[in-house]
Design a protein around this ligand. Structure first.
Ligand SMILES: Cc1cc2nc3c(=O)[nH]c(=O)nc-3n(C[C@H](O)[C@H](O)[C@H](O)COP(=O)(O)OP(=O)(O)OC[C@H]3O[C@@H](n4cnc5c(N)ncnc54)[C@H](O)[C@@H]3O)c2cc1C
Length: 343
């Protein structure tokens, strides 16, 4: 009952971006009308899910703990014991009401986004890295490898570390966020060529008594009849290099023990690997920090609900900003910052 009340309150918020902060008068009125729905959230805010489970006498029910540890690790990015209760309880419904499969893979979504920008009269320039952002008179100037772009308002879709680097100085709003990014994870991947006809998603846990990290817990997305992308969380990605062979070997062991035979078979000849260093190189994320900031227990989660204006007319967007990680969350945060910038 408690889980359903919390999930109903939070999922409906994310279904309607107008209800997320910053709030206009109409949104405030809508929230007032729904105030009763939010009451179950209040005693849980900032609390760890572990404590709520203890209150219900559930921490020794192993099947539930395995489920919660898996779902919390891939959504809230923390174990069930540490995850902040309201978001952790809502994410229990993730498999039933949150997950969507994009036909043709995530590249289709990227292509659709580029198409939408072009349709609105915008321009997408690929392979044009920004190397510096500076203030000049009343506008911002971005230096790229092909020249300079001037703009009155800028939204930087990057990690706070990269933004500070591009600006050549740190800002208070960036420092706190950058520190939190460094509490997050890297990822190790296996990309496996597979035959058709396998399930679309698998979540595998080899030993529920060990942390749900570094090959012990895998998330596999299977694309039609071509490839499976298989990921696991990597702690302290900055120093992960020497651990990577062991992590990839542990991933193979979990696959071979638990996945359908077609996926676990003949891994070495059909597999490409990736590590935090690969993410750092191909996505430009420092040290390969991926997947957003863990939402561990604590009220600090509620401190940064507004779009992050780093300096005048310059906003930070992306998965280090509320509402956090995932393609949907990043899109919602971007819409909110754009609305603020255009005001
Ligand atoms: C293994 C794994 C699996 C995941 N699975 C899912 C999933 O199934 N569903 C889901 O919703 N989310 C998933 N996520 C999370 C999701 O990928 C992230 O939350 C999301 O990509 C974050 O988006 P972003 O725009 O903040 O950052 P990014 O995706 O990192 O985008 C930033 C962009 O900026 C570009 N860039 C970097 N530096 C520069 C520069 N100097 N100049 C110009 N461009 C630059 C990069 O090339 C990149 O394209 C997964 C993450 C991982 C690691």
């Amino acid at each position: 009952m408690q889980q359903k009340q919390v999930a109903d309150a939070l999922w409906s918020l994310f279904d309607d971006p107008t209800l997320l902060p910053p709030l206009g008068a109409r949104a405030l009125l809508a929230h007032l009308g729904r105030a009763k729905k939010y009451l179950p959230l209040l005693p849980l805010m900032g609390k760890p899910l572990g404590r709520v489970l203890e209150q219900h006498g559930l921490t020794r029910f192993d099947p539930l703990m395995t489920y919660l540890n898996s779902v919390c690790q891939i959504t809230v990015q923390a174990s069930a014991a540490e995850a902040e209760a309201p978001f952790a309880l809502a994410s229990m419904d993730y498999y039933f009401r949150g997950a969507r499969h994009i036909e043709g893979g995530i590249g289709q979504l990227a292509a659709a986004l580029c198409g939408a920008i072009a349709q609105q009269g915008g321009e997408v320039r690929l392979a044009e890295k920004v190397t510096q952002v500076r203030r000049e008179d009343d506008c911002w100037v971005a230096r790229t490898r092909r020249g300079e772009i001037r703009a009155r308002k800028v939204l930087l879709n990057l990690l706070p570390q990269t933004v500070a680097q591009l600006l050549g100085q740190s800002f208070k709003a960036l420092d706190a966020r950058a520190a939190r990014v460094e509490e997050s994870w890297g990822a190790a991947m296996l990309y496996v060529a597979i035959p058709a006809g396998l399930p679309r998603h698998l979540e595998l846990v080899l030993d529920p008594a060990r942390p749900f990290l570094e090959g012990n817990h895998l998330f596999c997305s299977i694309e039609g009849g071509g490839t499976a992308t298989i990921s696991t969380h990597v702690r302290a990605p900055r120093e992960a290099g020497p651990r990577m062979p062991r992590i990839h070997a542990a991933m193979e062991q979990t696959l071979q023990a638990l996945a359908p035979a077609e996926l676990g078979r003949d891994l070495r000849s059909l597999t490409l690997t990736a590590s935090p260093r690969t993410f750092a190189r191909f996505t430009g994320r420092p040290f390969g920090y991926v997947g957003g900031v863990p939402r561990r227990a604590g009220l600090r989660n509620y401190r940064d609900l507004l779009p992050a204006e780093v300096a005048r007319d310059l906003w930070l967007v992306g998965d280090s900003v509320f509402p956090g990680q995932s393609t949907l969350a990043v899109a919602l945060g971007g819409v909110k910052a754009a609305e603020r910038a255009l005001r």
